[in-house]
Design a protein around this ligand. Structure first.
Ligand code: ATP
Length: 235
Protein backbone atom coordinates (compact mmCIF):
# COMPACT_ATOMS: atom_id res chain seq x y z
CA UNK A 1 0.00 0.00 0.00
CA UNK A 2 1.19 3.50 -0.76
CA UNK A 3 1.40 5.69 2.32
CA UNK A 4 2.39 8.91 0.61
CA UNK A 5 2.24 10.18 -2.95
CA UNK A 6 3.58 13.59 -3.92
CA UNK A 7 2.86 14.80 -7.45
CA UNK A 8 4.38 17.82 -9.18
CA UNK A 9 4.81 19.80 -5.97
CA UNK A 10 5.81 23.46 -6.21
CA UNK A 11 6.62 25.69 -3.23
CA UNK A 12 7.89 29.27 -3.40
CA UNK A 13 8.96 31.80 -0.81
CA UNK A 14 8.17 35.08 -2.55
CA UNK A 15 10.37 34.92 -5.65
CA UNK A 16 12.45 31.95 -4.43
CA UNK A 17 11.30 28.70 -6.05
CA UNK A 18 12.25 26.18 -3.34
CA UNK A 19 10.49 23.14 -4.89
CA UNK A 20 10.00 22.87 -8.65
CA UNK A 21 7.81 19.94 -9.57
CA UNK A 22 8.74 17.27 -7.05
CA UNK A 23 7.10 13.85 -7.43
CA UNK A 24 7.84 10.94 -5.12
CA UNK A 25 6.18 8.19 -3.15
CA UNK A 26 6.64 6.23 0.05
CA UNK A 27 5.21 2.75 0.43
CA UNK A 28 3.92 1.39 3.72
CA UNK A 29 6.76 -0.06 5.83
CA UNK A 30 9.54 1.59 3.84
CA UNK A 31 12.32 3.78 5.20
CA UNK A 32 13.17 6.20 2.42
CA UNK A 33 16.01 8.74 2.36
CA UNK A 34 15.78 12.23 0.94
CA UNK A 35 19.26 13.65 0.56
CA UNK A 36 20.69 16.77 -0.99
CA UNK A 37 23.06 19.63 -0.32
CA UNK A 38 22.38 22.76 1.71
CA UNK A 39 19.43 24.70 0.39
CA UNK A 40 18.25 21.92 -1.96
CA UNK A 41 14.74 22.17 -0.49
CA UNK A 42 14.66 19.18 1.86
CA UNK A 43 13.19 20.99 4.88
CA UNK A 44 10.76 22.79 2.62
CA UNK A 45 9.48 19.44 1.35
CA UNK A 46 8.90 18.13 4.87
CA UNK A 47 7.26 21.41 5.90
CA UNK A 48 4.98 21.20 2.87
CA UNK A 49 4.04 17.63 3.82
CA UNK A 50 2.98 18.72 7.28
CA UNK A 51 1.30 21.85 5.85
CA UNK A 52 3.57 24.14 7.85
CA UNK A 53 4.37 25.84 4.54
CA UNK A 54 1.73 26.26 1.88
CA UNK A 55 2.26 24.71 -1.51
CA UNK A 56 1.86 26.74 -4.68
CA UNK A 57 0.58 23.74 -6.63
CA UNK A 58 0.73 19.97 -6.77
CA UNK A 59 -0.81 17.09 -4.88
CA UNK A 60 0.02 15.41 -1.61
CA UNK A 61 -1.97 12.29 -0.83
CA UNK A 62 -1.45 10.67 2.57
CA UNK A 63 -3.16 7.30 3.07
CA UNK A 64 -5.54 8.02 0.25
CA UNK A 65 -6.46 11.51 1.40
CA UNK A 66 -5.42 14.77 -0.24
CA UNK A 67 -4.03 16.98 2.55
CA UNK A 68 -4.62 20.32 0.85
CA UNK A 69 -6.35 22.74 3.20
CA UNK A 70 -5.79 20.63 6.31
CA UNK A 71 -4.21 22.44 9.28
CA UNK A 72 -0.80 21.20 10.46
CA UNK A 73 -2.59 19.90 13.55
CA UNK A 74 -5.07 17.89 11.48
CA UNK A 75 -2.22 16.43 9.45
CA UNK A 76 -0.50 15.21 12.61
CA UNK A 77 -3.82 13.92 13.97
CA UNK A 78 -4.09 11.86 10.79
CA UNK A 79 -0.78 10.15 11.69
CA UNK A 80 1.75 12.13 9.67
CA UNK A 81 4.25 13.18 12.35
CA UNK A 82 7.20 15.49 11.77
CA UNK A 83 10.38 15.76 13.85
CA UNK A 84 11.71 19.13 12.68
CA UNK A 85 15.32 20.14 12.26
CA UNK A 86 16.89 21.41 15.47
CA UNK A 87 14.75 19.11 17.63
CA UNK A 88 12.58 21.83 19.17
CA UNK A 89 11.72 20.11 22.43
CA UNK A 90 9.78 22.14 24.99
CA UNK A 91 12.83 23.30 26.92
CA UNK A 92 11.10 24.35 30.16
CA UNK A 93 9.13 21.14 30.53
CA UNK A 94 10.30 17.78 31.85
CA UNK A 95 11.08 14.82 29.65
CA UNK A 96 7.87 13.12 30.78
CA UNK A 97 5.78 16.24 30.09
CA UNK A 98 7.26 16.53 26.60
CA UNK A 99 6.25 12.94 25.90
CA UNK A 100 2.74 13.61 27.19
CA UNK A 101 2.42 16.56 24.80
CA UNK A 102 3.05 14.06 22.02
CA UNK A 103 -0.23 12.36 22.91
CA UNK A 104 -2.23 15.28 21.53
CA UNK A 105 -1.61 14.12 17.97
CA UNK A 106 -2.72 10.57 18.76
CA UNK A 107 -6.32 11.41 19.56
CA UNK A 108 -8.32 8.20 19.79
CA UNK A 109 -6.19 6.26 17.31
CA UNK A 110 -4.69 2.98 18.50
CA UNK A 111 -0.92 2.68 18.37
CA UNK A 112 1.84 0.36 19.49
CA UNK A 113 3.91 3.37 20.59
CA UNK A 114 3.15 3.51 24.30
CA UNK A 115 5.26 5.30 26.90
CA UNK A 116 6.84 1.95 27.82
CA UNK A 117 7.70 1.35 24.18
CA UNK A 118 9.43 4.75 23.96
CA UNK A 119 11.33 4.11 27.22
CA UNK A 120 12.41 0.71 25.94
CA UNK A 121 13.74 2.29 22.75
CA UNK A 122 15.48 5.15 24.57
CA UNK A 123 16.20 4.04 28.17
CA UNK A 124 17.87 7.38 28.90
CA UNK A 125 14.47 9.08 28.63
CA UNK A 126 13.12 6.95 31.46
CA UNK A 127 16.24 7.54 33.56
CA UNK A 128 15.79 11.29 33.02
CA UNK A 129 12.02 11.45 32.98
CA UNK A 130 11.88 14.31 35.53
CA UNK A 131 14.74 16.31 34.05
CA UNK A 132 13.98 19.64 32.35
CA UNK A 133 14.29 18.96 28.62
CA UNK A 134 16.36 22.07 27.90
CA UNK A 135 19.16 20.70 30.10
CA UNK A 136 19.51 17.42 28.15
CA UNK A 137 22.41 16.87 25.77
CA UNK A 138 21.81 17.34 22.04
CA UNK A 139 21.57 13.60 21.49
CA UNK A 140 19.11 13.15 24.34
CA UNK A 141 17.00 16.01 22.97
CA UNK A 142 16.94 14.31 19.57
CA UNK A 143 15.78 11.08 21.22
CA UNK A 144 13.12 13.03 23.10
CA UNK A 145 11.92 14.71 19.91
CA UNK A 146 11.58 11.30 18.25
CA UNK A 147 9.94 9.87 21.37
CA UNK A 148 7.41 12.70 21.44
CA UNK A 149 6.50 12.07 17.80
CA UNK A 150 6.11 8.35 18.53
CA UNK A 151 3.67 9.16 21.33
CA UNK A 152 1.50 10.69 18.62
CA UNK A 153 1.11 7.26 17.02
CA UNK A 154 2.72 7.92 13.64
CA UNK A 155 1.74 6.09 10.48
CA UNK A 156 4.49 8.03 8.73
CA UNK A 157 7.40 9.66 10.54
CA UNK A 158 9.20 12.57 8.88
CA UNK A 159 12.67 13.21 10.27
CA UNK A 160 14.65 16.33 9.42
CA UNK A 161 18.41 15.85 9.86
CA UNK A 162 18.37 13.73 13.01
CA UNK A 163 22.19 13.52 13.03
CA UNK A 164 22.74 17.28 12.93
CA UNK A 165 25.28 18.34 15.55
CA UNK A 166 25.54 14.87 17.11
CA UNK A 167 28.74 12.89 17.67
CA UNK A 168 29.25 9.76 15.55
CA UNK A 169 28.56 7.57 18.59
CA UNK A 170 25.25 9.27 19.42
CA UNK A 171 24.32 9.31 15.74
CA UNK A 172 24.80 5.52 15.76
CA UNK A 173 22.38 5.22 18.67
CA UNK A 174 19.76 7.38 16.94
CA UNK A 175 20.08 5.46 13.68
CA UNK A 176 19.94 2.11 15.48
CA UNK A 177 16.65 3.23 17.04
CA UNK A 178 15.30 4.29 13.63
CA UNK A 179 16.24 0.93 12.11
CA UNK A 180 14.52 -0.83 14.98
CA UNK A 181 11.37 1.25 14.50
CA UNK A 182 11.36 0.52 10.80
CA UNK A 183 11.85 -3.21 11.46
CA UNK A 184 8.75 -3.03 13.67
CA UNK A 185 6.83 -1.67 10.70
CA UNK A 186 7.06 2.11 10.99
CA UNK A 187 7.16 3.98 7.69
CA UNK A 188 9.87 6.67 7.69
CA UNK A 189 10.94 9.49 5.39
CA UNK A 190 14.42 10.53 6.46
CA UNK A 191 16.01 13.81 5.42
CA UNK A 192 19.77 13.86 5.84
CA UNK A 193 22.82 15.76 4.69
CA UNK A 194 24.89 12.85 5.91
CA UNK A 195 24.33 10.82 2.73
CA UNK A 196 26.33 7.76 3.71
CA UNK A 197 24.46 7.28 6.98
CA UNK A 198 21.10 7.81 5.31
CA UNK A 199 21.85 5.40 2.46
CA UNK A 200 23.12 2.75 4.82
CA UNK A 201 19.88 2.89 6.86
CA UNK A 202 17.34 2.98 4.02
CA UNK A 203 16.25 0.84 1.11
CA UNK A 204 15.35 3.58 -1.34
CA UNK A 205 16.51 7.15 -1.81
CA UNK A 206 15.79 10.40 -3.62
CA UNK A 207 18.36 13.10 -4.30
CA UNK A 208 16.98 16.62 -4.29
CA UNK A 209 18.93 19.28 -6.18
CA UNK A 210 17.81 22.91 -6.33
CA UNK A 211 14.19 21.99 -5.80
CA UNK A 212 14.04 19.05 -8.20
CA UNK A 213 14.52 15.30 -7.91
CA UNK A 214 17.85 14.61 -9.60
CA UNK A 215 18.09 10.91 -8.85
CA UNK A 216 15.97 8.14 -7.40
CA UNK A 217 16.74 4.50 -6.84
CA UNK A 218 17.91 1.83 -4.46
CA UNK A 219 19.99 3.24 -1.61
CA UNK A 220 22.60 0.57 -2.10
CA UNK A 221 22.99 1.47 -5.75
CA UNK A 222 23.28 5.18 -4.96
CA UNK A 223 25.80 4.52 -2.18
CA UNK A 224 28.04 2.87 -4.78
CA UNK A 225 27.65 5.72 -7.27
CA UNK A 226 30.34 8.14 -6.16
CA UNK A 227 29.86 10.33 -9.22
CA UNK A 228 26.24 11.12 -8.26
CA UNK A 229 27.19 11.64 -4.63
CA UNK A 230 30.00 14.00 -5.59
CA UNK A 231 27.97 16.02 -8.05
CA UNK A 232 24.80 16.47 -5.99
CA UNK A 233 26.00 16.24 -2.44
CA UNK A 234 29.45 17.77 -2.60
CA UNK A 235 30.66 14.89 -0.46
P1 ATP B 1 19.32 22.87 4.79
O1 ATP B 1 19.92 21.55 4.85
O2 ATP B 1 20.32 23.99 4.78
O3 ATP B 1 18.20 23.10 5.76
P2 ATP B 1 17.36 22.34 2.76
O4 ATP B 1 17.70 21.38 1.68
O5 ATP B 1 16.52 21.87 3.88
O6 ATP B 1 18.69 22.98 3.32
P3 ATP B 1 15.47 24.47 2.53
O7 ATP B 1 15.74 24.95 3.93
O8 ATP B 1 14.22 23.78 2.27
O9 ATP B 1 16.69 23.57 2.05
O10 ATP B 1 15.62 25.72 1.56
C1 ATP B 1 15.34 25.67 0.15
C2 ATP B 1 15.48 27.07 -0.45
O11 ATP B 1 14.44 27.90 0.05
C3 ATP B 1 16.78 27.79 -0.12
O12 ATP B 1 17.13 28.56 -1.23
C4 ATP B 1 16.41 28.67 1.04
O13 ATP B 1 17.24 29.80 1.10
C5 ATP B 1 14.97 29.03 0.71
N1 ATP B 1 14.15 29.27 1.92
C6 ATP B 1 13.90 28.37 2.91
N2 ATP B 1 13.08 28.89 3.83
C7 ATP B 1 12.81 30.16 3.42
C8 ATP B 1 12.01 31.22 3.95
N3 ATP B 1 11.32 31.09 5.07
N4 ATP B 1 11.97 32.37 3.24
C9 ATP B 1 12.65 32.52 2.08
N5 ATP B 1 13.41 31.56 1.52
C10 ATP B 1 13.49 30.40 2.18
Amino acid sequence: MTTLTISDLHVSYGGVKALRGVSMHVEQGEMVALIGSNGAGKSTLLNALSNVVKRKSGEIVFEGRETKGMSPHSVSRAGLLHVPEGRQVLGDMSVYENLQVGLIARGKRNTIYTLDHVYELFPVLEERRDQIAGTLSGGQQQMLAIGRALMGGPHLLLLDEPSLGLSPLITDQVFDALKKLNAEGLTVLLVEQNAHRALEATSRAYVLDRGQIAFEGASEELAGNQAVIDSYLGA
